[in-house]
Design a binder for this molecule. Structure first.
Ligand code: GLV
Ligand code: MN
Ligand code: MN
Ligand code: MN
Length: 428
C-alpha cells in the first residue's frame, strides 16, 4: 500500500512488520496444542507442514533451497564471489510442548525478513548469504538438543548414537526421519557434517527468554557467551506390586527413588553457592502409572547448566553419586544413568560482536552485552564458524510457555541489526 511504499523509498532499512507478524501467526497454527500454546515436535505432521511453509517463504525471498539428510534447511542468496565462505543466519522452529510462538521462530522468519529488506534496499552480496532452519533445537522427541546443528558441527558421537535412538513410542530416529522425507541414504548421515570454515560468520537472532532487556528498556543485547548445558536420563527399577497388599518394609519403590533424586538435584545445585548454577527435573515418568500400583520403573530427565563448565560438571557428578546411593539405600536397580550431553560453553567472536555493535550504533539502538543462559544452535555453530547472537526483549522474560510474547517493534529492531550486520559481513 502507498505508505509502506513511500516509506520503502525513503528508509532503506524498512521492516515489513505486517507481513512478519502475519507469518509468525500463521506458523503458530502448525501446532499440536490449541492456540495460543504451540507444540511442534520434530518430524510430526505439523513440523512437516511448518517446514513446507518455511521453504515456500525462502523461495519467495529468491533463495535457493537445500535440505540435508536430517532436514536442516538452507536458503541461499548467491553472492558475487560465491567461492568465498558465506555468511549464515538462522534458528529453529520446533517448539516444546505448550510453549509459545516466538522462541526460535523470530530467528528464522526474522532472518527471511532481513533478506527481503536487503533486497528492497538493492543490496548485492559479495559473500553469499544463507538462512538456516535447524532441525530439532529442542530435545522434545529424542532427548537430544540441537540435533541438527550438533551434527552440522561434525558430532560423530551423535551420528553413531542416533542409530540406537528411539522416541517414547519406540519409533526409531531413522523411521521418524524417513516419515518426514529425510535420511534417504540409510543411516549414514555424515553428509550433514560441515567443515570448519564453511562459513565466514554465523549469526542468530533470538528473544532474550529473560527479563533484563525489558526491565532496563534496552532494545538490543549482543551475546558474548552461551552457558554450558548438560542433560541426563536416569532409570530406576523395582519390584512394583499391589498398593494395598505389599507392606512398606517389603517395598523397593522406583517412584520414590525418582522423587528423592529430584530433591538431590536441587540440593547439589544450591551447594554450588552460585546463582549461575541451575538444575531442573522436567520429566518424571512412573510405570505402570496406576494409583494402586507401586511404581516398578521410573524415568527421570535432568537438565543442569552453568556459565562455569567445571562447576556444572561437579553438579553432574554429585547427581550421579546420589542416584547410586539412592538405589542402594532403597534396594532398587539404577538401570540407566546416561549423560546425554555435557557441552562446554561457547564464546562469541569479537569481530562479529564489533560488527553487531556498529550496526546497533548506526541504527541508533542502545545495546548491552549479555550472556545467554539458554542454549541455542549457535552453541554448536561456534565450533565451525565465528559466531554471534542478537537478543531482543520479550514480555517479562517469559519463554517455553504460551504467554511468550515479543512486540513486533522490538522484533523489527532485531531484524534491522541483523540485516545491517549481514550486509557488512557479506562485503568484508
Ligand atoms: C533451549 O530451548 C533451552 O532449553 O535453552
Ligand atoms: Mn526453546
Ligand atoms: Mn530457541
Ligand atoms: Mn533454546
Amino acid at each position: 500500500e502507498p505508505t509502506s511504499c513511500s516509506e520503502n523509498h525513503h528508509q532503506p532499512l524498512f521492516v515489513d512488520r505486517e507481513s512478519l507478524q502475519r507469518q509468525i501467526d500463521e506458523l503458530s497454527q502448525f501446532s499440536d496444542a490449541p492456540s495460543p500454546a504451540v507444540t511442534r515436535v520434530l518430524y510430526s505432521e505439523n513440523d512437516i507442514s511448518a517446514r513446507r511453509y518455511i521453504k515456500d517463504l525462502m523461495r519467495h525471498s529468491g533463495l535457493s533451497v537445500r535440505e540435508d539428510a536430517v532436514g536442516n534447511i538452507f536458503g541461499r542468496w548467491e553472492g558475487s564471489e560465491p567461492e568465498l565462505a558465506g555468511v549464515a543466519t538462522g534458528s529453529h522452529i520446533d517448539a516444546i510442548p505448550y510453549s509459545g510462538k516466538y522462541d526460535g521462530v523470530v530467528g528464522v522468519l526474522g532472518a527471511l525478513e532481513a533478506i527481503n529488506m536487503l533486497r528492497r534496499w538493492g543490496f548485492q552480496p559479495k559473500r553469499s548469504l544463507e538462512v538456516i532452519m535447524f532441525t530439532s533445537e529442542e530435545p522434545t522427541r529424542f532427548g537430544i538438543s540441537c540435533l541438527g546443528s550438533r551434527l552440522m558441527a561434525g558430532s560423530e558421537a551423535l551420528a553413531e548414537a542416533l542409530k540406537v535412538t528411539f522416541d517414547s513410542q519406540n519409533m526409531s530416529f531413522f523411521d521418524a526421519a524417513k516419515f518426514a522425507g529425510y535420511a534417504n541414504d540409510g543411516q549414514d548421515i555424515s553428509t550433514v557434517f560441515l567443515k570448519k570454515g564453511s562459513y565466514f560468520a554465523f549469526l542468530e537472532l533470538h528473544i532474550e527468554q529473560g527479563p533484563i532487556l525489558e526491565e532496563e528498556g534496552v532494545p538490543i543485547a549482543i551475546v558474548t557467551a552461551i552457558a554450558a548445558p548438560a542433560s541426563m536420563k536416569v532409570e530406576f527399577k523395582g519390584n512394583g506390586g499391589h498398593a494395598g497388599a505389599v507392606l512398606m518394609p517389603a517395598r523397593n519403590d522406583a517412584g520414590l527413588a525418582a522423587a528423592e533424586l529430584a530433591l538431590a538435584v536441587e540440593k547439589h545445585v544450591l551447594e554450588s553457592g552460585s546463582l549461575d548454577t541451575v538444575g531442573t527435573v522436567g520429566i518424571i515418568e512412573l510405570h505402570p502409572g496406576a494409583v494402586n500400583s507401586i511404581p516398578s520403573k521410573s524415568h527421570v530427565e535432568i537438565d543442569a547448566r552453568d556459565i562455569d563448565e567445571k562447576r556444572r560438571n561437579i553438579v553432574v557428578n554429585k547427581i550421579r553419586q546420589s542416584a547410586m546411593d539412592i538405589a542402594t539405600k532403597r534396594g532398587v536397580v539404577l538401570s540407566e544413568f546416561n549423560v546425554v550431553n555435557q557441552d562446554p560453553p561457547a564464546q562469541s567472536d569479537e569481530s562479529i560482536i564489533k560488527a553487531m555493535a556498529n550496526a546497533s550504533e548506526q541504527l541508533n539502538l542502545n545495546y548491552k552485552r549479555m550472556i545467554s543462559r539458554a542454549y541455542h544452535d549457535s552453541l554448536f555453530m561456534a565450533r565451525i564458524s565465528p559466531m554471534g547472537m542478537i537478543f531482543i526483549p520479550c514480555y517479562k522474560g517469559y519463554s517455553h510457555t504460551p504467554e511468550e510474547y515479543a512486540a513486533i517493534d522490538d522484533i523489527a529492531n532485531g531484524v534491522k541489526v541483523l540485516a545491517l550486520t549481514l550486509s557488512k559481513l557479506s562485503l568484508s
